[in-house]
Design a protein around this ligand. Structure first.
Ligand code: CMP
Length: 142
């Protein structure tokens, strides 16, 4: 597998729970390097743009409302097979179905709102490229 970059977001629920460092430690222990990160306050427009592919889904409004409920930390992760590795580390979208030892199981339970699932992760090379460019300039990625 080749060296890749992917986007993770530590979502507002995980920031409020004060578990950011524990989540980043999972990435590092799995061989992923944090290339860039920053604190971001999304608003309805930027959150809606980021999640535009879900615009027609019934949960879109709730998802946007949740993502603007507090700061989040997008991170660019780099490593061998980073996109798949990050998705394995995150676990299932629904934390109630995520396996023990995954980030969503360990940091997003109990979970009644699927938007509050601790982390986001790019699902393909095309998504990773779009999502990284959404948050970071070329200069910030040097
Ligand atoms: P994320 O990986 O950030 O990508 C889209 C998000 O939509 C997802 O994680 C969930 O947090 C959120 N979401 C809210 N409701 C649902 C749902 N019913 N199915 C899938 N995703 C949902």
């Amino acid at each position: 597998m080749s060296t890749e970059r992917t986007l993770s977001i530590i979502k507002p629920d995980a920031v409020k729970k004060n578990v950011m460092a524990q989540i980043i430690a999972r990435f590092e222990a799995a061989g992923l390097r944090v290339v860039a990160t920053k604190k971001v306050y999304l608003n309805a427009q930027t959150a809606g743009e980021f999640y535009a592919e879900h615009k027609e889904r019934p949960f879109f409004g709730e998802l946007v409302g949740f993502m603007i409920s507090g700061p989040c930390y997008p991170l660019v992760l780099e490593g061998n097979g980073a996109i798949l590795k990050n998705r394995e580390l995150m676990g299932a979208t629904n934390p109630n179905k995520a396996e023990a030892g995954t980030i969503r199981h360990d940091f997003a339970l109990p979970c009644t709102d699927l938007s509050a699932n601790a982390v986001h992760g790019s699902d393909s090379p095309a998504s990773a490229a779009r999502e990284i460019a959404f948050f970071f300039s070329a200069h910030e990625l040097l």
